[in-house]
Design a binder for this molecule. Structure first.
Ligand code: ZN
Length: 215
């Protein structure tokens, strides 16, 4: 029911309508979303009375509840009702529908707002934004990333394992990175003291060799 209403709002509010009416409805959507996030929702699948966890799954029967979080987030993103900071926070939400919709909103802002992108990269290097923001950045189009090559490579250098892993997992999207630099990067990571990074680097290296890319 809630999902159906939100789906209706997503399309309906794009139609011409009085601005204060739209504002009012969107304010309600945001309030309701925040209320829903704090709700204790009982599993309706197994009748054990267990409360769904933050990802929206039942700890007893492990079936996911039909939660409207993602639909709320889609409306909030479509009508720009979340601040950049909120989008960063919700991108890390354990419920995958919520994080997916927030991620799409965050990606769009990062793509359009170069100074926000620079600020995010800077904050990542200082550990002031969660690491998952890096994986959103790595999905941006080539023109957004190629001018920021040095900083991105520095973040991916292995000082923080999570960032380097994200970078290697998305290495194939990084078409701005010339073949030789990709090869140099992987060679460096194959020698990294962290075994997780070495394994991932080896997987990328073998992938390149197998597909005939770069090497
Ligand atoms: Zn259950």
């Amino acid at each position: 029911m809630v999902k159906a209403v939100l789906k209706y709002l997503l399309t309906g509010l794009k139609e011409p309508c009085p601005e204060n009416f739209r504002e009012h409805l969107l304010n309600i959507v945001k309030q309701q979303f925040e209320l829903w996030l704090g709700k204790k929702i009982i599993c309706s699948h197994c009748k054990s009375g267990a409360i769904l966890n933050e990802s929206g799954f039942c700890p007893d029967c492990h079936v996911g509840g039909d939660l409207p979080f993602g639909a709320f987030m889609e409306v909030l993103v479509a009508f720009q009702r979340c601040t950049k900071e909120e989008l960063i926070t919700y991108t890390g939400h354990k419920n995958s529908d919520t994080s997916k919709a927030a991620r799409a909103g965050l990606k769009l802002i990062l793509e359009q707002d170069c100074s926000f992108l620079d600020a995010c990269l800077d904050s990542l290097s200082r550990g002031r934004v969660p690491n998952y923001a890096f994986s959103v950045i790595l999905d941006l189009p080539n023109p957004n990333l190629k001018d920021r090559k040095e900083l991105i490579l520095r973040l991916a250098s292995g000082e923080k394992t999570g960032l380097a892993l994200d970078f290697m997992k998305k290495l194939d999207n990084q078409v701005w990175l010339p073949d030789q630099e990709r090869k140099d990067y992987l060679e460096k990571m194959i020698d990294h003291p962290d075994s997780t990074l070495r394994v991932q680097a080896m997987a990328c290296w073998l992938g390149d060799t197998y597909s005939g890319v770069a090497l």
